[in-house]
Ligand binder design. Structure first.
Ligand SMILES: NC(=O)c1ccc[n+]([C@@H]2O[C@H](COP(=O)([O-])OP(=O)(O)OC[C@H]3O[C@@H](n4cnc5c(N)ncnc54)[C@H](OP(=O)(O)O)[C@@H]3O)[C@@H](O)[C@H]2O)c1
Length: 328
């Protein structure tokens, strides 16, 4: 089979190649999926650079999510039940940027027929993170303000639309002024640019001196610190990304006074949730994708053998939509 491979960790556009590998066989409790498409997410890029939660052994084929059709099952009942079904592939070990991926049968989710491949390819990581952070961890009530940075990201746009759907208000921070009108058109209540002065001054001018109770930040560094500065004394910020690559600096005095900062990682959230409640979450996601709230905006498509160009496109400043590898 053809697969994207890296033989050393490093800059994605330099280390990613596409070559022939043996087609894998599913073992007990596993299924093999003929992959249709897989998105390029920031978590893939961090893994390739060796900067994610765990470092992979090389040679390594990236790709944590995607869509495909189960074509073969190893020994085990669940896998046999999945053969022939189109599924979202949650590949925790990576390996979806290939013509075939082998994963545990419990890691494929059969999806409703009416959802297009492009949406199923990004069925899980961003939609589940949005629902988990906003509805389950923060439990943002109707009418409250939620402050977020990197609001133009695929995930940030989902938060904006979820705000409209659930009735909370969003203050959205972007790094480029050009993104402001686009996000307002999506339904953002307020959009501010970090290039227009301290974020805390801009936010307090809108919500008042007490600040905001709910915030989420995937940037860290200076921007993350400024988002933290916007919290009210009972406020909490969930940190869920490392886009700037810089460490977060927050005031100890503010922490002592009661402001809180916490990491959020979807992998841990799902383990704590267990299988029955995960199935409920998948249903919640399918419903919200169908309603357009958690739909992913499609970006450029690349064939597998152009994986290095696809990786470059995924990190272009101001790119439109989610870059997708079209595998078959
Ligand atoms: N913790 C978890 O479990 C979890 C789960 C899912 C996703 N995530 C994280 O969620 C974040 C967003 O993912 P995504 O798929 O939505 O990303 P995406 O669509 O690729 O968008 C990336 C966005 O980040 C912005 N950005 C990049 N570097 C930045 C910087 N230094 N300062 C400010 N903004 C910056 C870009 O702004 P421009 O528009 O200006 O280019 C773009 O809007 C990532 O950090 C990802 O790792 C975490």
């Amino acid at each position: 089979m053809r697969a994207a491979v890296l033989d050393r960790l490093g800059e994605p556009a330099e280390v990613l190649t596409c070559r022939e590998l043996p087609t894998p066989e599913p073992g007990p409790g596993q299924v093999r999926v003929k992959m249709i498409a897989s998105p390029i997410n920031p978590s893939d890029m961090m893994t390739i650079r060796g900067a994610y939660v765990s470092k992979p052994d090389v040679p390594f084929t990236p790709g944590y999510e995607g869509v495909g059709v189960v074509d073969k099952a190893g020994p085990g009942l669940l896998g046999k039940f999945m053969v022939g079904r189109r599924v979202a592939v949650l590949n925790q070990a990576g390996g979806n940027w290939a013509e075939f991926a082998v994963v545990p049968a419990v890691r494929v989710i059969p999806v409703p027929k009416d959802l297009p491949d492009e949406q199923v390819a990004s069925f899980f990581v961003n939609p589940a993170t949005v629902l988990a952070m906003v509805r389950h961890v923060h439990q943002v009530p109707q009418g409250a303000w939620l402050l977020q940075s990197a609001a133009g990201s695929a995930l940030g746009r989902m938060i904006i639309k979820l705000g409209k759907n659930d009735g909370f208000k969003t203050i959205n921070v972007v790094r480029r002024r050009e993104a402001i009108d686009e996000l307002k058109a999506l339904g953002a209540d307020v959009v501010i640019s970090s290039s227009d002065g301290p974020i805390a001054d801009q936010v307090r001018a809108i919500v008042g001196p007490e600040g905001v109770k709910y915030a989420v930040d995937p940037v860290g560094g200076k921007t993350g610190g400024e988002i933290f500065d916007c919290l009210s004394l009972d406020g909490r910020m969930l940190v869920y990304g490392t886009l700037s690559g810089d460490p977060l600096q927050v005031s100890q005095r503010a922490l002592i006074a009661g402001k809180r900062v916490e990491g959020f990682y979807l992998g841990h959230f799902m383990i704590e949730r267990g299988i029955p409640r995960s199935i409920l979450l998948f249903r919640e996601i399918a419903k919200m994708i169908r309603a357009g709230v958690l739909a992913t905006e499609p970006g450029e498509h690349f064939p597998l053998d152009q994986v290095a160009n696809a990786a470059k496109a995924a990190e272009v400043v101001g790119k439109k939509g989610k870059v997708l590898l079209k595998i078959s």
